[in-house]
Design a binder for this molecule. Structure first.
Ligand code: HSE
Length: 312
């Protein structure tokens, strides 16, 4: 038996929502799991990329054995019902670029889990799958929108449980996804963050996060423009993303551009706009990055309202 699951890319943080907000984007990975009948075949992991989703070097670094993150998630699910996975073939068809801050690892973990769950007769519900995915992948702000689609708040509580809710992202707001041609690992992007932050910065983010939640709930563009600011992660990551500061500065005073944020741990960036010249956004970002010899793939998208989907 074989099950395939299509999972969207995700962009975590949305500025002040560091580690707790994320949205789904219409770029997809498809994960297929097949229980092979031949005993002794063990685990086989195949990775196929579309376009430039996988760079050669990163491709070589992805483990194809029990250390593969998809296998680990699947194993945890099997173990949770007292079973061990044995003969499995895992195929990953990747469209989401890796190490670009677009949730590629969350997508494969979620896809693997949902496929394995279906193979097992659906023993785990959504909450249980979300907890396992978060435990393996580490970022509920990617995992939750990958499962649910749309715009999601997610918090891993101290006891390990995950609280999550879907919020209403205004459909009219455009998201221009700017993906540069260089990689940034989440580990490196987290290593530059301080252990502690000044109280004033924590208060700044609390204020802006509450503004942001209200702004998206009420489709308030003016409030959104004020809300999309962060002092907990973006200022520290700026030095890892050439051009980031200039791109943010370029849109600061443009009416119609609601804000510009780092996507997840970077280096991709999102420009959120409303009834604004999208070609102008693209050329501004492209010019800044080209000035630094960085090529980029820049596309305007709507949020993906649907989450992971089992393909029949
Ligand atoms: N919230 C996480 C971070 C997302 O910014 O480090 C990682 O994908």
């Amino acid at each position: 038996m074989k099950v395939s699951v299509k999972v969207p890319a995700t962009s975590a943080n949305m500025g002040p929502g560091f580690d707790c907000l994320g949205l789904a984007l219409p770029i997809y990975n498809t994960i297929t799991i097949e229980e092979t009948v031949l005993p002794g075949t063990g685990i086989e992991i195949n990775l196929m990329s579309e376009e430039d989703a996988i760079d050669e070097m990163s491709f070589d670094n992805i483990p194809r054995d029990e250390n593969n993150i998809v296998y680990k998630a699947v194993e945890m699910l099997y173990n949770s019902i007292g079973q061990e996975p044995s003969e499995l073939k895992i195929n990953i068809q990747a469209q989401i670029p890796i190490t670009r801050g677009l949730g590629s690892s969350a997508a494969v973990v979620v896809g693997g889990l949902l496929a394995a769950n279906k193979l097992l007769g659906s023993p785990a519900d959504e909450t249980a799958l979300l907890s396992i995915a978060t435990e393996v992948e580490g970022h509920p702000d990617n995992v939750a929108p990958a499962i649910l689609g749309g715009f999601v708040m997610a918090s891993q509580e101290d006891d390990g449980s995950v609280i999550y809710r879907k919020l209403n992202w205004p459909e009219e707001w455009d998201i221009t996804v700017c993906i540069p041609d260089f990689e940034l690992s989440t580990n490196i992007a987290r290593s530059v963050l301080p252990e502690q932050v000044p109280m004033q910065d924590a208060i700044f983010n609390a204020k802006h996060l509450s503004m942001l939640v209200h702004a998206i709930d009420t489709k308030d563009e003016k409030l959104m423009r004020a809300a999309l600011q962060d002092k907990l992660h973006q200022p520290y990551r700026e030095k890892l993303v050439p051009g980031m500061k200039e791109i943010m500065e370029a849109f600061r005073h443009e009416d119609g551009v609601l804000g510009c944020v780092l996507s997840g741990a970077g280096p991709s960036m999102l420009v959120i706009s409303y009834k604004y010249d999208l070609d102008k956004i693209k050329s501004t970002v492209r010019d800044i990055w080209e000035g630094q010899s960085i090529k980029a793939d820049i596309k305007t998208m709507k949020i993906e309202p649907r989450g992971a989907e089992i393909l029949e």
